[in-house]
Design a protein around this ligand. Structure first.
Ligand code: C2E
Ligand code: CA
Ligand code: CA
Length: 508
């Protein structure tokens, strides 16, 4: 029986016959996709019946027994990309519209668009034959990942994958799939004796979070993919209304932000860090806010992404270091905690004067650098590794420490963690939020704690909100925490008051 028939080579009057008794074996998706096709099809209950059908019709028939391979066989005929065996564009369209249509209220779906960086250069350098082989190899590797039934090739070097999960788990599951994807794509490719290293950029959009519409999801995943593409190495970005703002909004807000800096409308709040063994405040994270004259206190998520986009984060970031320096002098009298964490955005590392300017500010405000800790994310590390490493090392030589923020959400290698002057890992609050709710999140929290222990680094849990989370963290050896359970970020005066009155800390 002709299983591997190329659809294009089939005569137009070909009919499909399915040999099977039960209608159930034909999934509703298969049936609806059949109805969309020009093929005629008929279902038979036995080979005898099929033979009868064949002789009755006197036409060309393609006889397909219904078993597990059948839906695949059929899809292959109609919807397969011939080069890679992944679904083609048409299949992707069916798959996404169908999935969106049947998404229940408790379910969510992530659309991943995976794009190979600089693929046209490979084609140009090695020729299209190597390019084709490379695409096939990439597809093979992607195919070894979970959700592989959903893999489609929608462009020359562009693949899509759908991830489905209950609403509350979708982010976590998506991140896991992305890590697995990056893992399989990582090793070099050997094609015609060439050893090829490549990177991918993955953009993600989620239903229902971002949209329930087919076109929106594709647009949003593509916007996120373009953001990921700006990062070095394998990278991914999840669509975020704050980051993926259109340029108009950036242009509109930029002068306002500049004015905010001139008019001294930014404020620093401090969120205490608690040692879970001594039950004392051992540090704080400095978090910026914008005291807008008419709109009240604006949180950083609403203006940091715009200032990163426009470059204004550079002067804003210096203002933060300067303000921390001044605040530290006031904190000295109140019994300065061990460390004050200052967030550094990836964009600040693109400023060639970062370390020299910070050094100047340190001297001007006589900052005790042993008490200064810079928080940076894994994403910042990957943008421009050599330069970031250079900045980190020079600031480290001045005595400042580094912590890796939102740890677990990015993609750090073991080697990198060992190589860099990183003293602390900060467990991302999304995993802490999953304690008591998701075994996967608990496993991640436990793994980060033991990773930190093995690498001889400190570990802080952020976003601790409940007693249950606190007990879990303590049981598993995470001894530093910050979060609403203890305190929200508060103005300097309130923080000083709290330093002087240790009884405010809630009972363990
Ligand atoms: P981040 O560095 O991850 O900061 C932690 C965020 O989690 C803070 O939000 C904090 O208020 C919030 N948080 C703390 N405890 C809890 C909790 O128990 N539950 C929940 N749900 N949230 C908690 P915030 O202050 O809105 O800051 C948001 C982000 O803005 C920061 O995330 C950081 O990426 C950025 N940011 C803040 N200040 C600065 C700054 O001075 N410079 C730069 N470059 N970025 C900053
Ligand atoms: Ca932080
Ligand atoms: Ca964080």
């Amino acid at each position: 029986m002709p299983f591997n028939v190329d659809r294009d080579k089939l005569p137009p009057d070909v009919q499909l016959i399915f040999v099977d008794g039960s209608h159930d074996t034909l999934s509703s998706a298969l049936l609806s996709s059949l109805q969309d096709q020009t093929f005629n099809f008929q279902q038979c209950h036995s080979l005898v019946e099929a033979n009868q059908a064949l002789s009755d019709h006197h036409q060309n028939f393609l006889l397909i027994p219904i078993e597990h391979s059948i839906p695949n066989t059929l899809f292959r005929l109609q919807t397969q990309d011939p080069l890679t065996g992944a679904g083609n564009r048409q299949h992707f369209y069916h798959q996404l519209t169908h999935s969106l249509k049947y998404l229940s209220d408790s379910e969510a779906l992530s659309l991943l668009i995976i794009d190979i960086d600089n693929f046209s250069e490979f084609n140009h350098q090695y020729g299209h034959d190597v390019g084709d082989k490379l695409v096939a190899l990439i597809a093979d590797r992607l195919d070894s990942c979970p959700g592989k039934n959903d893999l489609c090739r929608i462009g020359n070097d562009e693949f899509t994958l759908l991830v489905r999960a209950p609403l509350s788990h979708i982010k976590q599951k998506t991140r896991k799939v992305i890590e697995q994807l990056i893992d399989v794509l990582l090793p070099a490719y050997e094609v015609n004796e060439h050893e090829i290293h490549l990177h991918c950029s993955i953009g993600v959009a989620m239903a229902p979070d971002h949209s329930h519409e087919f076109d929106d999801l594709i647009r949003y995943a593509n916007t996120a993919r373009l953001r990921a593409k700006k990062l070095r190495g394998h990278s991914y970005a999840i669509f975020d209304t704050h980051y993926d703002l259109d340029d108009q909004q950036t242009i509109r807000l930029e002068p306002e932000l500049w004015q905010a800096l001139q008019k001294r409308q930014f404020r620093l709040y401090y969120q205490p860090r608690i040692c879970l063994t001594t039950h004392r405040v051992v540090g704080a994270e400095a978090l910026i806010r914008w005291e807008h004259p008419t709109q009240g206190m604006i949180p950083p998520d609403e203006f940091i992404p715009i200032s990163e986009k426009s470059g204004l984060i550079v002067p804003i970031g210096y203002w933060v270091v300067e303000q921390v320096g001044k605040d530290m002098q006031r904190l000295q009298a109140a019994g300065l905690p061990e460390h004050i964490g200052v967030n550094l955005s990836f964009r600040q590392f693109q400023d060639g004067y970062l370390s020299s300017t910070i050094e100047r500010l340190i001297k001007r405000h006589q900052i005790d650098t042993r008490q200064l800790e810079f928080e940076l994310t894994e994403t910042a590390l990957f943008r421009d590794e050599p330069h970031v490493v250079y900045c980190m090392e020079s600031l480290n030589q001045l005595g400042a420490e580094f912590s890796l923020d939102d740890f677990g959400t990015g993609y750090s290698s073991f080697a990198m963690l060992q190589k860099l002057p990183i003293a602390t890992l900060k467990i991302d609050k999304s995993f802490v939020a999953g304690i008591g709710q998701s075994e996967g999140d608990e496993e991640i929290v436990r793994s980060i704690i033991s990773l930190a222990r093995n690498l001889n680094k400190k570990v802080i849990a952020e976003g601790v909100e409940t007693h249950e989370q606190l007990s879990f963290l303590k049981t598993h050896g995470c001894l530093l925490a910050q979060g609403y359970y203890f305190s929200r970020p508060i103005p300097l005066e309130s923080f000083i008051q709290r330093l002087q009155d240790p009884d405010w800390i809630p009972a363990p």
